[in-house]
Design a protein around this ligand. Structure first.
Ligand SMILES: Cc1ncc(C[n+]2csc(CCOP(=O)(O)OP(=O)(O)O)c2C)c(N)n1
Length: 275
């Protein structure tokens, strides 16, 4: 079945809503962090962690688990929220984000249950995922590897080296999701380094490429299943998203790439809009 039922949809919506609420709250409490690129991937994480990935939070290192590398490692608020809500560690620990003595560092950190690789230096995580997928093939293992990359991140040459390797080694066990929100750190990707028709570019690298609305649960789910069914090529899902999705004043606003709401009023407004 490639379609989600109404109960599944409601469950995913609730999961995504909680990822967003927790992400903004964490950045607000820490007085630093990255809300925009966390809000853009909340729906994708919700589908992956609730309906697609083979994981067991009570056994986070089971050998055949699916692996996810958050290559855009600054999206740690969303990643940690998804893992906590899924049961890898208590949700109460999210309050320690970016604080001394907490494991929840500002960028996704190995050692937090459910995290497969430390990331934050853009362009590195996708290469780690390629290595994991190669190991999986060599071992004849059943697991799949997922990587989430940013469009600003894709200005790194190492992303394209990884894409070439993914094709050469026919890593059909690898799904890369590109968060195509059109915004990077301090501006719009198409002003800073345009990549028109990035789907076509990656297709020409030999990959199976699917374009979706990255906030539509049915489309996210169908694309992830399509990737699983593609047994001879790695898959790139170009997920068209909105940076800051769900908080009106953050949407498409580069300012909220890496800063919390400036006032308690703005924080409360975000909480109300996301509730
Ligand atoms: C190698 C490297 N260069 C620069 C940075 C600083 N940096 C952090 S996030 C970011 C922008 C990333 O944009 P994008 O990949 O589009 O992320 P998103 O908009 O999805 O949050 C930059 C330049 C970094 N973390 N790593």
């Amino acid at each position: 079945m490639n379609k989600l039922g109404s109960e599944d949809l409601a469950e995913i919506a609730d999961f995504a809503r909680k990822i967003r609420l927790n992400s903004v709250r964490m950045v607000w409490q820490a007085k630093s962090g990255h809300p925009g690129g966390s809000l853009s991937i909340a729906d994708i994480l919700a589908v992956l962690y609730s309906k697609v990935m083979n994981i067991d939070p009570s056994s986070p290192t089971m050998p055949d688990r699916d692996r996810l590398v958050m290559s855009k490692g600054h999206a740690s608020p969303a990643m940690y929220s998804a893992l906590a809500l899924r049961g890898f560690f208590p949700v109460s620990l999210l309050a320690g984000f970016r604080k001394l003595s907490s494991k929840l560092e500002g960028h996704v950190h190995y050692g937090v249950p459910g995290v497969e690789a430390s990331t934050g230096s853009l362009g590195q995580g996708i290469g780690i995922a390629v290595g994991m997928a190669m190991a999986g093939k060599l071992d004849n293992a059943q697991y799949r590897v997922y990587a989430i990359i940013g469009d600003g991140e894709s200005e790194e040459g190492s992303v394209w080296e990884s894409l070439m390797a993914g094709y050469k080694y026919r890593l059909s066990n690898l799904t890369v999701i590109l968060d195509r929100n059109m915004v990077q750190l301090d501006g719009f990707t198409e002003d800073i380094m345009p990549t028109p028709d990035i789907a076509q570019k990656v297709r020409s690298f030999g990959w199976n490429v699917i374009e979706i609305d990255g906030h539509n649960y049915q489309e996210i789910y169908a694309a992830l299943l399509n990737a699983k069914e593609c047994t001879d090529l790695p898959t790139l899902i170009v997920a068209h998203t909105v940076k800051g999705k769900g908080v009106s004043y953050m949407e498409n606003n580069p300012k909220y790439h890496g800063q919390p709401p400036e006032s308690e009023d703005l924080f409360n407004k975000a909480m109300e809009e996301l509730a």
